[in-house]
Design a protein around this ligand. Structure first.
Ligand code: GMT
Length: 378
């Protein structure tokens, strides 16, 4: 198949999933055209069957607002026409599903023969936080209804789409995935000791995110503060975003800066995750939680909130522990129980890895997308 993949290039789960999907599909012999404002950071080196088409928004003094939706739709028309696309797969509804809809209308009106089908994958905040905002909701709901196929990364997100946007059409749940051959435990000599000081009885808790309000970074610090009062521990923060400063301020106010290590955005997180004992994710909303799945693949149990789609990824009591987002004490208790019981930690880590491999590995999930494309093409 000839497939166009539209995604955000910025660091974020939807761009990662879209790019990885493109790479896997190209390896399976499809012709993949990634369309984005910039080279997605996971696209990496040259791969046969994989093209990148950059969308540049020209400036004009009259426009005080960038016209990204229009130039993206325009580029999709050109790429679809030139490469005879069968499918345009829009990752994240805003504005990609709308751009796909526009491009399809233009192509249908131009009589070129082949008009691609539009498949939209809903990732989370395109529905829950941004998409259902009255400033966007009408056009997002319309674009979802008009897509030829729609997938959501969890059942929870599918339900939220019906409930919050009043969308009535079928939505197929296809979960996020990782390649377990690549995503596995990577133990780097001396890395853990750099954060814990080398004491084998000191635990290491890790949080990886884009540090936005929905991740509840204040809760990350508060839960960790409760943990370190009960057992020796350090906290590793990986990533960057608007709330990182808040984390550092709260840590300062509580006098625990020497226990909190922020390493910023990292391209490779496997060794950092593998250095830790527990992954902490207390989000207020999370349609899936790709970072939690990455931790699981590294045999690191997850302590998280039970928000959104997280319970579909982490099995409470098996691959980690889930609690109400505001129950910081319970999250701290679960972390302490894991830090102080190595056998339990290893057992849960192994269960987490097993679950990642059995439910969320690329080999099954990429096939689900291929089957869905075929179904959509009829
Ligand atoms: O959080 C966002 O606004 C962006 C989005 C992204 O691109 O990272 O995150 C969502 O999509 C990810 C990939 O499907 C999911 O793993 C995240 O859980 C989801 N974020 C939220 O629902 C808050």
């Amino acid at each position: 198949m000839n497939i166009g993949i539209v995604c955000y290039a910025s660091v974020g789960g939807s761009g990662i999933v879209a790019t990885e999907l493109g790479k896997h599909l190209a390896r399976r012999g499809h012709q993949i055209h990634v369309v984005s404002s910039d080279m997605p950071f996971r696209l990496g080196e040259y791969q046969a069957g994989l093209w990148f088409h950059q969308v540049s928004t020209p400036s004009y003094p009259l426009f005080r607002e960038p016209q990204y939706l229009l130039v993206l739709a325009n580029r999709l028309v050109q790429v679809a026409r030139e490469f005879r696309l069968d499918i345009v797969h829009a990752h994240y509804a805003i504005p990609h599903a709308t751009a796909g809809f526009l491009a399809r209308q233009v192509l249908a009106g131009s009589g070129i023969g082949r008009v691609p089908k539009i498949v939209t994958t809903l990732h989370g905040t395109d529905i829950t936080l941004v998409g259902s905002d009255p400033s966007y909701s009408e056009i997002v709901a319309f674009s979802i209804e008009q897509s030829d196929g729609v997938t959501a990364v969890s059942s929870s997100l599918r339900e939220a789409t019906h409930r919050e946007l009043g969308v009535t059409r079928d939505i197929r749940v296809i979960p996020n995935f990782i390649d377990c051959k690549v995503h596995h435990r990577v133990v780097q000599d001396g890395l853990r000791a750099r954060f814990t000081g080398g004491d084998p009885n000191t635990g290491l808790v890790v949080h990886v995110s884009n540090f936005r309000p929905v991740k509840r970074i204040d809760a990350v610090i508060d839960v960790f503060d409760r943990v370190r009062q009960r057992t020796p521990a350090h906290l590793l923060l990986v990533g960057d975003g608007p709330e990182l400063g808040t984390a550092q301020r709260i840590a300062r106010e509580r006098g625990i800066t020497s226990l909190v290590h922020a390493v910023g955005e990292q391209e490779e997180v496997l060794s950092l995750m593998s250095a830790a004992d527990v992954f902490l994710l207390p989000s207020s909303q999370e349609s899936f939680g790709l970072a939690a799945l990455e931790a699981m693949a590294c045999e690191v149990p997850v302590v998280a909130s039970n928000a959104g789609g997280i319970p579909e990824v982490v099995e409470d009591g098996v691959s980690g522990f889930l609690h109400a987002p505001e129950d910081h004490d319970a999250m701290a208790g679960s972390i302490v129980s894991l830090l102080t019981d190595q056998a339990r930690r290893q057992e849960m880590g192994a269960a987490a890895r097993r679950r990642a491999y059995e439910q969320f590995d690329a080999r099954q999930v990429v096939s689900m997308y291929e089957a869905y494309y075929r179904e959509t093409l009829g």
